[in-house]
Design a protein around this ligand. Structure first.
Ligand code: DGY
Length: 324
């Protein structure tokens, strides 16, 4: 019997060809609806491998499948997976780093520029037929060139955002668990305490992964320490922000604007309070969503599954200790 692989989202057949040739593969088959938890739980009991999405909660119950050897998550982040439980069971968890770095940095910088120059607001304004004529301060935003960016979470995506910032003549501050000496040398990025970064930056950009240390990192106190002209960008994970505190800071003019690709609970609905605010540019978690990159990410998940099920080492394992 061929090993059974379950994929929790409908993916183009051609992207998983390598898997279907070797294994018994089944995919959740609704285009726009995610697989319900009951389905994932049932499939996980039979599967040797799961390809999961960042929106799937992969906890102990899902990981209890007797034959499950590998969970390949279609994301660089893996906060949706109980890594400790997987590791305890000797199960391999893989993610998709590197292949999405530049794409996600492009999106992060686009969000920064769109927020600074009020692009979405301006596009809505013109479509609503509100443009009565040119006027000096019509939809005037904030400059990007020459300003200070503070990057919280200087992983590969953070560094790629820093490279873009250098092209815009920006001063670069960063805060991270470890120092990034190459970025300091090559880009002039300056390591900063979190407090100094939030106080000095014109753009505070969060790319921090979600961990117990980063959950609720951006509180009311933190927003109060930012410049009144600061623009907050979050393209990492939603729960690093206290959303009520962000709403209050934006509403009360403690900060100027926010660009958000991620939210505390996704998806958000159209009546989410943050969406009422004109100074919020909100997009639905599309950091790595270019067609090219998503295809590469899917293929990387497939290659990781294939490697594990054929006895090879996966390319991008998260919990290396299970291989020892
Ligand atoms: C990830 O892969 O973790 C990012 O959120 C991509 O959008």
């Amino acid at each position: 019997m061929k090993p059974y692989v379950y994929i929790t989202r409908k993916l183009p057949e051609e992207t998983i060809k390598d898997l279907t040739e070797l294994f018994d593969v089944k995919m959740w088959d609704h285009e726009d609806i995610p697989a319900p938890r009951e389905v994932i739980l049932k499939e996980a009991q039979k599967a040797s491998a799961l390809i999961t999405m960042l929106s799937d909660k992969v906890d102990e119950e899902v990981l209890s499948g007797e034959s499950l050897k590998v969970v390949a998550n279609l994301a660089v982040g893996f906060d949706n997976i109980d890594l400790e439980a997987a590791t305890k069971r000797g199960m391999i968890v893989t993610n998709t780093p590197d292949v999405l770095t530049e794409t996600t940095a492009d999106l992060t910088f686009s969000l920064l520029m769109a927020s600074a120059r009020r692009i979405v607001e301006a596009a809505e304004y013109i479509k609503a037929g509100k443009w009565g004529g040119w006027s000096p301060y019509l939809l005037a935003g904030h400059d990007v060139y020459g300003k200070t960016i503070g990057i919280v979470g200087m992983g590969k995506i953070g560094e790629a955002v820093a490279r873009r910032s250098k092209g815009f003549g920006m001063e670069i501050l960063y805060h991270n668990r470890s120092r990034k000496h190459d970025a300091e040398k090559e880009l002039g990025a300056v390591y900063s305490s979190f407090e100094n970064l939030v106080a000095k930056s014109d753009f505070v950009v969060s790319l921090a992964p979600l961990t117990p240390e980063t959950r609720n990192l951006f509180t009311a106190d933190v927003f109060a320490k930012m410049k009144k002209s600061a623009i907050f960008i979050n393209a990492g994970r939603g729960p690093v922000v206290d959303e009520q505190a962000l709403y209050d800071a934006l509403k009360n003019g403690e900060i100027a604007a926010a660009g958000l690709d991620v939210f505390e609970k996704e998806p958000i609905s159209a009546d989410h309070p943050l969406l009422e605010l004109p100074n919020v540019t909100a997009i639905p978690h599309i950091g790595s969503a270019s067609t090219e990159t998503r295809t590469t990410m899917i293929k990387l998940c497939g290659a990781n599954v294939k490697a594990v099920l054929t006895g090879d080492s996966p390319m991008t394992i998260v919990n290396k200790e299970v291989l020892q």
